[in-house]
Write a protein that binds this ligand. Structure first.
Ligand code: AKG
Length: 383
């Protein structure tokens, strides 16, 4: 039986997108929207980074205490006592401590041996636990870490008091079968510990890896709204939520609220949503070719994996040279215009001969119908 929840890191990993900065008010509004959406955990920021992040977390924690926000609030921290103290004084529910554990990170960043790393991990987790908070440890660059050492790191974190370990695919190089194998082996080798996956999207495989991690036993998936994050970001919340619903039948968040949260973060992040973005992009439920539109008009399941209403959206189709008769008839019916079969053939021939028009608007279709039928169809201003 699969058990899975979402940690949303829009306010931490998401703000690490180049050029993205959230104000304190925006942070609070996003956190409220995420809680309404139903994410299990909100990673609200790394408070040691700057005063505005500190202030944002303070206000988010206050809303949590008042019961307005219901998700667990996570404060982010390096494996450094001062960072932990700053997060602890904010009274977050959980502190997430990260430390690079691959040999590359140990050598190039921490200048530490494996033994020194294990000591730092154990000491900082115990230090955080002594402040009365839950602790997650993140094995940064976990996907490039020697497996036996990753097991030792996980056991060390667990024995020091962490109830969760996040395996970070920091440079996004995992692929699904390897991910499932990794999480299956970790959950087998390290009992009494829950695992998260933090999957970067450098190869475009983050969602696939997150699904594979669930199959391997991960119980929390890190995601950001619109897939924000360092470089090309991490698992997009809207995609993983839809995929978990489709493949596992579990509604990890309120799917019909995804569009609103996506638009909110689009506005505040300044990163525009491409129209062809899954689930929340303008074209996600917009059909084009004649064969597709005819299929959808008969039974939408022919070209939709789930109905748009699930996501609070509606279906539509475009008119251009790819259009067929079914779509055109449906369009004119919706416009309240009666067109004979012969007239319809003439209109379609005109559309197909005009190969440079990308989208026919309703007004263009009325004009075409006027040309062919000789009747007045467009509303005219009063004389
Ligand atoms: C990463 O490795 O990409 C991280 O963001 C590590 C920090 C974390 O997930 O806690």
């Amino acid at each position: 039986m699969i058990k899975v929840g979402i940690l949303d890191s829009t306010l931490r990993e998401g703000e690490q997108t180049p050029g993205v900065i959230f104000t304190v008010d925006q942070r609070v509004e996003i956190a409220k929207a995420l809680s309404d959406l139903g994410v299990s955990m909100i990673e609200a920021g790394h408070p040691a980074v700057s005063p505005d992040i500190y202030e944002g977390i303070k206000r988010i924690v206050k809303l949590k205490k008042e019961g307005i926000i219901t998700s667990e609030i996570v404060g982010h921290s390096r494996a450094v006592k001062r960072d932990i103290e700053i997060a602890a004084e904010l009274e977050v529910n959980r502190i997430a401590i990260f430390y690079g554990v691959s040999d590359l990170h140990l050598k190039a960043k921490h200048k530490a041996t494996r033994e020194e790393a294990l000591r730092t991990i154990a000491e900082t987790i115990s230090y955080a636990k002594n402040h009365g908070v839950k602790v997650r440890f993140t094995a940064e660059d976990g996907s490039r870490t020697d497996f036996d050492f990753l097991v030792t790191v996980s056991k060390t974190a667990r024995d020091a008091g962490a109830d969760r370990v996040s395996i970070a695919d920091t440079v996004g190089i995992l692929y699904p079968s390897k991910t499932k194998e990794l999480f299956s082996a970790l959950t087998r080798e390290v009992p009494n510990l829950e695992f998260d996956i933090h999957a970067h999207n450098d190869l475009g495989l983050a969602v696939a890896n997150a699904l594979a991690a669930i199959e391997g036993g991960a119980t929390i998936i890190h995601a950001t709204v619109n897939g924000l994050g360092e470089r090309v970001g991490i698992v997009p919340l809207q995609q993983i939520a839809a995929a978990i619903k489709y493949h596992f039948g579990i509604e990890v968040v309120k799917l019909d609220k995804l569009q609103y949260v996506s638009s909110l973060v689009e506005k505040y992040s300044g990163i525009p949503m491409p129209p062809n973005y899954p689930i929340t992009g303008d074209y996600a439920f917009l059909h084009k070719a004649g064969v597709h539109v005819a299929g959808v008009l008969n039974d939408p399941r022919t070209y939709e994996f789930m109905p748009p209403e699930t996501f609070g959206r509606t279906r539509d189709y475009t008119i251009d040279k790819y259009t067929g008769k079914h779509a055109l008839r449906d369009k004119y019916e919706k416009l309240g215009v009666k067109i004979s079969d012969a007239e319809m053939d003439q209109i379609l021939a005109k559309i197909k001969s005009n190969t440079t028009i990308r989208f026919y608007r309703d007004v263009d279709l009325l004009e075409l119908a006027e040309e062919v039928t000789g009747r007045v169809l467009k509303p005219r201003p009063p004389e």
